[in-house]
Design a protein. Structure first.
Length: 398
């Protein structure tokens, strides 16, 4: 088994990406609290975050917290171009780049000491070049594992650099709050806090068996390994997505079942179009929900055959949504997401005889062609007319 023995993994994350692009492009916004998105916050500058504004918060609440904030409409094409420029700097730094999103990536710089310097020196240069060439602040964490590099960058934000030496890993990690562990959301954190466990070090002291009893087999083993900084995953170049999805933050305004259904229809249209554009099909359909109390629920269904057919996936999501509707009515809905997992290449699927003309992919293909030629708004469903479907966030190439 190969184990990294030195800190050669960088986690690079652009600070408040959308808001930073807006401040870069409009000098009047620099140093001022900026909110991207009026109805729901898509991003907030650190000046706005200081007032408690955060991503996915309702716009009205954000403006109450920060009355002086400048609210700007999102410019997705500008963010896509900025992302491409940032990734050019990443790929000039090392050939081993694993993109996580349009504004963050892991970089493995092992073996570059003679031509590029130490990992810390490479990180310093990376931050300088992103600022000089792209005009954006970026934070970098450097560590022996991907997990700890990401934690380090989170601690160093904003616009910082933090190197965790191998002999100081646990001394750095264990005093941190349990929320720094991947997989610890509000529900898991509440369970741990209920037993007076607030730091990563306390999780490490519990032992795997106790965590399994408390959180379940998978989560207990996962958190016990991370609390000891056991993470053997290498940086994977051009790794294909395991799922394709989209989500929509709704704020705290009540939504009727018809309104929620319309949002789901738009999300499914967006997801299935992305799948077909990438030449992917999938079997597992996932519905993700977030409620007023910030708790979350996930529902999924695995189809007998992989597909990117819009109507098949929409019918499945609607079934999952109907089953979850009593919970939504009790707890209120603030976010809904749709994803398709268990992906494979569409050329690998078994073709089916067209016994049912309604299951044909011809309609999907025709709609994709119209939208590719004339724009995504050129043709839409009647149920979506006059409804704001939210911005389509740019993605990394699959």
């Amino acid at each position: 088994m190969f184990v990294l023995s030195e800190a050669t993994i960088l986690h690079a994350d652009v600070d408040a990406f959308f808001a930073s692009v807006e401040q870069r492009d409009d000098p009047r916004l620099r140093g001022r609290p900026v909110i991207v998105g009026a109805g729901v916050v898509l991003a907030a500058s650190y000046e706005a975050k200081a007032y408690g504004v955060c991503t996915a918060m309702g716009g009205a609440q954000a403006r109450r917290l920060c009355p002086r904030a400048v609210v700007v409409e999102p410019r997705m094409s500008a963010y896509a171009e900025a992302s491409k420029a940032v990734y050019r700097v990443f790929e000039d730094t090392t050939p081993l780049v694993e993109g996580l999103s349009i504004d963050e990536a892991f970089l493995d710089v092992r073996g570059l000491e003679r031509i590029s310097g130490t990992p810390a020196e490479i990180a310093v240069r990376l931050r300088r070049e992103v600022l000089e060439l792209v005009g954006l602040p970026i934070t970098v964490g450097v560590a022996r594992t991907k997990f700890l590099a990401k934690v380090a960058s989170g601690v160093a934000k904003p616009d910082g650099l933090l190197v965790v030496p191998p002999d100081r890993e646990l001394a750095f990690l264990h005093p941190l709050p349990v929320e720094r562990l991947w997989g610890v959301g509000p529900v898991t954190a509440s369970k741990l806090h209920g037993r007076a466990i607030t730091t990563v070090g306390q999780v490490a002291q519990l032992g795997e068996a106790a965590l399994v009893c408390m959180l379940g087999r998978a989560a207990g083993r996962h958190l016990h390994a991370l609390a000891q900084n056991r993470d053997l995953r290498p940086v994977q170049v051009r790794r294909r997505r395991r799922s394709i999805g989209s989500q929509r933050a709704l704020g705290r305004s009540p939504r009727s079942p018809d309104a929620v259904d319309a949002i789901v229809v738009g999300l499914v249209d967006r997801v299935t179009r992305r799948m077909r554009a990438a030449g992917r099909v999938g079997r597992t359909v996932v519905l993700r929900l977030r409620f007023d109390d910030f708790s979350r629920a996930t529902r999924s269904h695995t189809l007998p055959l992989a597909t990117a057919h819009t109507e098949t996936i929409l019918a499945t999501v609607r079934g999952l949504l109907a089953a979850a509707m009593p919970m939504i009515e009790r707890q209120g809905l603030t976010l809904v997401g749709v994803a398709v997992a268990n992906l494979e290449d569409d050329g690998a699927t078994q073709l089916r005889l067209p016994f049912d003309r309604r299951s044909s992919d011809a309609l999907d293909a025709a709609l994709d062609e119209v939208r590719n030629r004339f724009g995504s708004a050129a043709i839409t469903r009647a149920v979506l007319l006059g409804r704001d479907q939210g911005p389509s966030v740019p993605l990394l190439p699959d």
